[in-house]
Design a protein around this ligand. Structure first.
Ligand SMILES: Cc1cc2nc3c(=O)[nH]c(=O)nc-3n(C[C@H](O)[C@H](O)[C@H](O)COP(=O)(O)OP(=O)(O)OC[C@H]3O[C@@H](n4cnc5c(N)ncnc54)[C@H](O)[C@@H]3O)c2cc1C
Length: 391
């Protein structure tokens, strides 16, 4: 068999509502258009067809009460040739956000699409990434704000540790609901196929899915990424966390070293700090969020330090038993950012108190400089953590 063909976008004027979209859709279907999607807000109708008779299309649209404008070919599909033994126009390996976006678009364009997933459908974002991390972050912030906001007349939550097991259970519920609504439900709604199994290429044109061959005219590899382990000596001998397993903890750790102070490290580190952990960020970059503008790094640093951070001129290069860390000590320079003097008692959630703003330290002006959060608690200027040694 031969599948379509091409995607077309036609400008259609005169549509003002959902009913207009239906009228235009009917008109386009009447002249053989498939998978029509009309939009009154954009003034367009897109559809699949092998070719178009513009006069016939214009007449159909006019009969429905609208005006046809420019018609453009906006996409081509690689058709499955007659007699070819391929079953699919497109096989997508992976079922994360990239895979679903491609599957939806290709299906809309008339392709027969199969999505192959070896793990949990939905991939990183909904299962172990954006969604659960933000759920944890917001719950942790609620707890933290309840204890440490600066509003007169609003009672603080007294004592008590948050119930992380309950937070994680609620987060899992949210993940399950969003996986269903934003991924699984779309499979039938758009009309593509999900196959469970591990895909691998067995020749240039064929993959196997759990040892069963599958051929498609086109393949898209959307297999994402997984947490990578940095080369820290001894890491394999300790019970480390990754971004995935950290989101499954049911008790906040007392102390947590976060290796990497970019988006994911910062959000998970801040969440656990807000849940009461004593958090140290370690990064080889010069500043937190190193790929952002320096002003953004500075603003983020203000927030972290405002949560009670102190800086340490150290980096982890070895991990010991029971998660004990060893550090290389940079030379301390009194009066430089990072020295004890950078600890600012009275710093609130939104940054240092006004008396300290001028002296606000920036993390990582030089070398590898971790920031250390103290679970949202205020840290006295002379505080020293026994396990981390002197500064
Ligand atoms: C903690 C955390 C927080 C994040 N927060 C954000 C955020 O706030 N905003 C943002 O934009 N991004 C965020 N991200 C990044 C975002 O989640 C990823 O960039 C995005 O999910 C990647 O999507 P993807 O479709 O490319 O891959 P993935 O979602 O990783 O999907 C790949 C899929 O392929 C499957 N697979 C791999 N190999 C095979 C195979 N051989 N056969 C079959 N299946 C296979 C995997 O099982 C997986 O399900 C975050 C990531 C993490 C870890």
């Amino acid at each position: 068999m031969t599948t379509p063909t091409a995607r077309w976008t036609a400008a259609v004027s005169g549509m003002t509502c959902d009913a207009c979209e239906r009228h235009v859709t009917n008109a386009v279907e009447a002249i053989g258009g498939r998978d029509v999607s009309a939009s009154w807000s954009e003034g367009t109708a897109t559809f699949n067809a092998a070719g178009i008779d513009e006069a016939a299309l214009g007449a159909a649209v006019r009969d429905a009460g609208y005006e046809l404008g420019e018609v453009r070919r906006t996409g081509d599909l690689q058709p499955v040739a007659d007699g070819d033994d391929v079953e699919w126009d497109l096989a997508i390996i992976g079922s994360g956000s990239a895979a679903f976006a491609a599957a939806i678009k290709a299906t809309e364009a008339g392709a027969r699409v199969v999505v192959i997933e070896k793990g949990t459908p939905g991939g990183t974002c909904v299962n172990v990434g954006c969604v659960p991390s933000k759920a944890l972050l917001v719950a942790a912030e609620a707890h933290h704000r309840g204890r440490s906001h600066n509003f007169s007349g609003v009672a603080h939550i007294a004592g008590g540790q948050p119930d992380l097991a309950a937070i994680v259970a609620q987060k899992d519920e949210l993940v399950g609901a969003l996986r269903q609504a934003k991924y699984l439900d779309l499979i039938d709604a758009y009309g593509f196929t999900l196959r469970h199994g591990t895909a691998r290429f067995i020749d240039a044109d064929t993959i196997s899915v759990d040892d069963e061959p599958l051929r498609a005219a086109n393949y898209l590899i959307a297999t994402g990424a997984r947490p990578a382990l940095p080369p820290i000596e001894g890491l394999d001998a300790v019970d480390y966390l990754t971004s995935t397993s950290a989101l499954e903890l049911t008790e906040a750790p007392a102390r947590l070293a976060v290796v990497g102070a970019n988006a994911i490290g910062l959000e998970l580190g801040q969440a656990f700090a807000h849940l009461g952990a004593d958090v140290t960020f370690l990064d080889i970059a010069e500043r937190v969020a190193p790929f952002e503008e320096p002003e953004i790094s500075g603003a983020l640093t203000d927030v972290l330090v405002g949560d009670g951070a102190a800086r340490r001129h150290r980096r982890a290069d070895q991990a010991g038993q029971s998660g004990r860390r060893r550090h290389r000590h940079d030379r301390r320079r009194p009066g430089r950012p990072g020295h004890d003097a950078d600890r600012r008692p009275g710093a609130g959630r939104h940054g240092p108190g006004p008396e300290h703003r001028g002296a606000q330290p920036r993390l990582g002006r030089r070398g590898r400089r971790p920031a250390r959060l103290r679970g949202g608690r205020r840290v006295p200027a002379n505080h020293q953590h026994p396990s981390l040694g002197s500064r």
